[in-house]
Design a protein around this ligand. Structure first.
Ligand code: F6R
Length: 369
């Protein structure tokens, strides 16, 4: 049932191009517009939305952090992302014009369920992004947009995460489409880019052998840091989470701009630091800044592991290890940039003799608060 792979996780990583394509299937019409029939919240109501609040846990929370960039950029609706386990305890400001998006692979996560119940009690509409048909979270929501990743067996989430990203982009673009937005042209182009992203994931998967080899050389390390900016920041958090749960290593993700506010003190000789570099074309200021961040940490002895787009030559001189990903529009980059981090964590877990599919102390769905 592992389809020839040693672990479900490896199988699920390999299934990602299909999972992504399946999640887009039938949702982009021939004219290149989105048709999301499942979102049974009326267009009128969606035009009235004045705030989006995303609630989720763990990896799904990281998908939500990335969604915020897309939602705010494409729709100009303010968006907050909150850990479901914190949400209701701070008496959040919710109303009938707040659209709450609950993201959950299993659809059974108790923290997320309790947060969504709280939101509905306050009169907000809840849209669930979920991978499990008929589970509790979509059943209790006003509408559901299913991710079509197929069953995810490994405890560490991989293909569900990529499809959560795709579903979030679809919702963001749909909101923009329904409301009309000054990004009209850009939206059409993004939908076209999104329909090509499964192919980009496929290409990343073909080039993962050096990442595996690198991971094996780091098996005796205690700590790995992850840095990113913009949408690369949640990708860094996700890379660190994967490493914690699978390799049982101390791993932390930081916004690269925060380095000088404290974390740079952690840098010491030969400390592995993974850096997710944004697209060089799109936001060049951002790109320049991360190049100088890489220089700063390398000057202090860090071993830099740089994930950068093909054709990005500016980073090459400062990368001890360079992992290439296909050039992608900035907001979509997490779909490809996360994949090497999944492979990296899986290989490190294997090298350290850990149980890849069943990490210690963890359960696939967390049905207690
Ligand atoms: C990490 C992981 C967890 C889940 C989290 C939420 O690899 O799998 O962090 O993402 O427990 O689970 P769902 O999405 O089922 O609500």
């Amino acid at each position: 049932e592992k389809g020839g792979y040693d672990y479900f996780m490896l199988k699920e990583i390999a299934e990602q191009p299909k999972a992504v394509a399946d999640t887009l299937l039938g949702r982009i019409d021939a004219a290149g517009s989105l048709s999301l029939d499942e979102v049974r919240i009326g267009a009128g109501e969606l035009r009235e939305v004045d705030k989006v609040v995303i609630i989720a846990c763990g990896t799904a929370f990281h998908a939500g952090l990335i969604a915020k960039y897309a939602i705010e950029h494409w729709t100009r609706i303010p968006c907050e992302v909150e850990l479901a386990s914190e949400f209701r305890y701070r008496d959040p400001i919710l109303g009938h014009r707040t659209l709450v998006i609950a993201i959950s692979q299993s659809g059974e996560t108790m923290d997320t369920l309790m947060a969504l119940r709280h939101a509905r009690e306050q009169g907000s509409k809840v849209l669930a992004i979920c991978n499990t048909n008929g589970s509790t979270i979509p059943r209790e929501s006003d509408a559901a947009l299913y991710t079509h990743a197929g069953p995810e067996v490994a405890v560490a989430s991989t293909k569900a995460f990529l499809t959560q990203l795709v579903a979030c982009y679809l919702v963001a673009l749909y909101l923009a489409q329904v409301r009309g937005t000054k990004w009209g042209d850009e939206i059409g182009a993004v939908i076209r880019d999104l329909s090509r992203i499964a192919g980009a994931v496929e290409r990343v998967l073909e080039t993962m052998e050096p990442v595996r080899a690198l991971a094996r050389t780091l098996a005796s390390k205690d700590t790995v840091l992850f840095l990113g900016r913009h949408v690369g920041y949640p990708v860094a958090l996700e890379g660190a989470l994967k490493l914690k749960e699978l390799a049982y290593m101390h791993a932390e993700g930081f916004a690269a701009g925060e380095l000088k506010h404290g974390p740079i003190a952690l840098i010491e000789e030969d400390l592995p630091v993974v850096v997710v570099v944004p697209s060089p074309q799109a936001r060049s200021v951002l790109h320049d800044k991360i190049v100088s961040n890489i220089q700063e940490i390398r000057a202090r002895g860090a071993r830099t592991i740089v994930i950068a787009e093909e054709g990005d030559e500016a980073v090459a001189p400062y990368a001890d290890h360079l992992i290439r990903i296909p050039a992608t529009p900035t907001l979509l980059q997490p779909v490809v940039a996360t994949v090497p981090l999944q492979v990296f964590a899986c290989e490190l877990a294997t090298a350290r003799g850990n149980e890849v599919d069943q990490p210690r102390n963890l359960a696939k769905s967390v049905t207690v608060e």
